[in-house]
Design a protein around this ligand. Structure first.
Ligand SMILES: *[C@@H]1O[C@H](CO)[C@@H](O)[C@H](O)[C@H]1NC(C)=O
Ligand SMILES: *[C@@H]1O[C@H](CO)[C@@H](O)[C@H](O)[C@H]1NC(C)=O
Length: 471
């Protein structure tokens, strides 16, 4: 699925939810000012659950089985200490590097405001200024620093490194506050300096409740220091997971989970994004057999999108074709019909079209619920109800998506449900495969305890160790 698609879908869904919330709001009987947490910092009065903590990165196999596919956040205590950056990256050291004269992207405010223009300045100049300004460096990790940041051992898998999307450097004197937002990728964020607090919201549980008034960027413009629960009623009654990262810690943020991040004190962090929807199955075959002692840094792997753009965001468009469909269904449908050399689409052909957009590895996504949702979509698109989507039908689709016509809202919402079903199904399948590996392994090793993970790599013997070049 492509991210662009999702983006549109989300935009639309948000509109739907907005409508609903406004309606609920009007009916709400409790006086707004009595709402717990109203006009206070985000999650002030909310239930806060602790994010679980592990001491070291598990093997890729264990990591994907226990955290990535079940969608469980986790703090990897001291996980960032493995990287040379943890010791090396003092301001003096960084300033002394000749490459620090290169320009880097700096945001002018620590409280996130995505509409504000960014400034490019030499890294060294930023280092001279940041302690006394409101400037916040948010940029792709420059090439000359990549060797100082190690790839977490849980990602030492050829399949995963083939699906890396971006790596970003976050640098400030503290006091940064992000928007409440969603990233449609998997994230590991490692903190080399300072403290960072993450508030996380379980996507699966609250996806129908969260409204982004900026769906184009998957974020809410709510003032996180003074949450207006009348304006953002969806933020009432949420349960938050809370993670307080200290220098040296890393955190895994699951795919689609909603989050908000605050930083304290001079702060340096690096995150790695990878494509969740590649649905890698870490196994000795797909990962190779990394030598546990091997240090693999950001400089040893390829970020395919780095060659194409310098904005770092364009991969979103690439990964989510369904967003294009929701924005302009007739264009997508016509393109598909041209490819298939047909003038109309039966429901069966429409399912093939959907299948193409929801592609994952061998997905058995067509559950009863998915078929039902796709059927509803088909009925919406077959406007004259003759059992086929034709040019005549498409001519009657509303033209302007930005009017947020109910047609688009419904279509977007249904597409989003299908995407979630597909993602959920694939996650489940992958987890079953991973669990089966575990059972097989237990059988293979007989009485040997099967739960000694840590960063040891287990697997069939006879595989040659993976070398850096193979990642
Ligand atoms: C997230 O919510 C879903 C649905 O309520 C639940 O099944 C799952 O256990 C939750 N995950 C975590 C980590 O809380
Ligand atoms: C994972 O690795 C296997 C075996 O090398 C390969 O066939 C498959 O395409 C890879 N999958 C992804 C998503 O990279």
């Amino acid at each position: 699925m492509k991210i662009t698609k999702i983006i549109s879908v989300i935009i639309i869904c948000i509109m739907v939810f907005l409508h609903q919330s406004v309606a609920e709001d009007a009916q709400s009987s409790s006086p707004p000012t009595s709402l717990p947490g109203h006009l206070k910092p985000l999650a002030s009065e909310a239930t806060r659950l602790p994010v679980s903590v592990i001491q070291d990165f598990p093997s890729p196999y264990e990591f994907f089985r226990s955290y990535v596919y079940p969608s469980v956040p986790v703090i990897i205590k001291q996980g960032a200490r493995r990287s040379p950056a943890f010791q090396k990256w003092t301001d003096e050291y960084l300033k002394s590097l000749p490459e620090s004269q290169q320009l880097i992207r700096v945001e002018m405010r620590k409280v996130e405001e995505r509409q504000l223009p960014r400034m490019n300045m030499p890294f060294a100049e930023f280092l001279d200024r940041y302690q006394t300004t409101d400037e916040y460096l948010v940029a792709r990790v420059p090439d000359f620093l990549k060797k100082d940041v190690l790839i977490p051992p849980s990602l030492h898998c050829t399949n995963v490194t083939a699906n890396l999307l971006e790596t970003m450097l976050w640098f400030s004197s503290g006091g940064t506050k992000s928007h409440v937002h969603t990233d449609y990728v998997d994230i590991i964020n490692c903190l080399f300096r300072g403290q960072k607090d993450f508030l996380l919201v379980n996507y699966t549980r609250y996806r129908e409740q969260i409204i982004y008034d900026h769906p184009e960027g998957f974020y809410s413009s709510v003032d996180v220091e003074r949450v207006d629960l009348n304006k953002f009623p969806e933020l009432r009654n949420l349960e938050f997971y809370e993670a307080k990262l200290q220098a040296g810690d890393c955190i895994y943020l699951p795919f689609k989970w909603i989050h908000q991040v605050n930083s304290f004190g001079s702060n340096v962090a690096v995150n790695i994004w990878w494509n969740h929807q590649a649905y890698v199955v870490p196994s000795p075959e797909s990962c190779g057999m990394p030598d546990p002692g091997l240090d693999i840094s950001l400089a040893d792997v390829r970020f395919p999108y780095h060659d194409q753009t310098d904005t770092g965001i364009d991969f979103l468009r690439d990964l989510h074709p369904e967003v294009d469909f929701v924005r302009n269904p007739s264009a997508s449908l016509r393109a598909f019909m041209d490819e298939e050399e047909t003038e109309s689409l039966t429901e069966q052909q429409f399912l093939e079209f959907m299948d193409m957009m929801l592609s994952g590895p061998e997905g058995e996504i067509w559950t009863e619920e998915a078929l039902h949702v796709a059927h509803q979509m088909f009925q919406m698109l077959d406007t004259d109800g003759n059992g086929e989507i034709t040019s005549q039908d498409m001519d009657t689709f509303p033209i302007k998506i930005n009017k947020f016509d109910t047609f688009f809202i419904n279509l977007g919402q249904k597409m989003m449900i299908l995407c979630d079903i597909a993602d959920g199904q694939i996650s489940k399948q992958v987890q079953e495969i991973l669990n089966k590996f575990e059972e097989d392994k237990v059988r293979d090793v007989g009485d040997t305890p099967s739960h000694e993970h840590g960063s040891k790599y287990r697997g069939t013997s006879g595989h040659t160790p993976m070398r850096k070049g193979e990642l």
